[in-house]
Design a protein. Structure first.
Length: 210
């Protein structure tokens, strides 16, 4: 698989990975917690698979990957229930569903199984951090323009001492629905593509001048 094809696959899988995270990311803090949960599980799973890659038979690799990802998601879920019950209640079923995230499974199967832990971590972090930023940005935009508020659930996540952070007005309810999340995601992707095409045009012109 050449570099361009691999890049396309990661971009496509990364886009698909963002969509389930946006289902619950209707506010800035919820988006941070959802994206952070994926990032933590991804890091732990990638390192585990890469370290154990020599002992994983090819014919059962996907099953082993699923077991490893489910194990780490379960650990995260239990830790949240034990030490941060409020957040666990808010995120609910969406934390266990992280085990089936398309990007995580793709990264584990195509990257962690074949390269060293450090290299696998570098590759997946590049895309994992990008997914984190996008989810948090979309969650913030949905809360700001959908509810007309910012940090509206600070009391739930951070405690009553932080209730002063809540700023609430009114907004467009469409952005709080699934179509609203996809609209914002589509606009972000369109902006990235526009910037990428402009960069490519400038590079072409620079080569032509030389």
């Amino acid at each position: 698989m050449d570099t361009s094809t691999k890049r396309l696959n990661y971009d496509l899988i990364g886009t698909l990975a963002v969509c389930p995270l946006l289902a619950k990311s209707v506010s800035l803090l919820t988006a941070v917690n959802m994206a952070l949960g994926l990032l933590v599980v991804l890091i732990c799973s990638v390192l585990t698979v890469s370290i154990c890659r020599r002992y994983i038979p090819n014919n059962v690799s996907l099953i082993v990957i699923l077991i490893i990802s489910v194990t780490w998601v379960t650990v995260l879920d239990l830790l949240l229930q034990a030490h941060w019950f409020e957040m666990s209640q808010v995120l609910g079923l969406y934390i266990p569903l992280l085990a089936m995230n398309s990007f995580m499974l793709y990264a584990l199967e195509k990257t962690a199984l074949y390269i060293s832990p450090l290299d696998a971590l570098k590759v997946t972090l590049n895309y994992g951090v990008a997914i984190f930023v996008i989810v948090v940005f979309v969650g913030g935009v949905r809360e700001l323009f959908g509810q007309g508020s910012l940090l509206s659930d600070s009391e739930v996540f951070l405690g009553k001492d932080y209730s002063f952070l809540t700023i609430s007005e009114s907004g467009f309810s469409l952005l709080l629905s699934a179509p609203g999340a996809l609209i914002i995601l589509g606009l972000i992707l369109a902006l990235f593509k526009k910037l990428e095409s402009r960069s490519a045009i400038k590079s072409t012109r620079g080569i032509a001048v030389e």
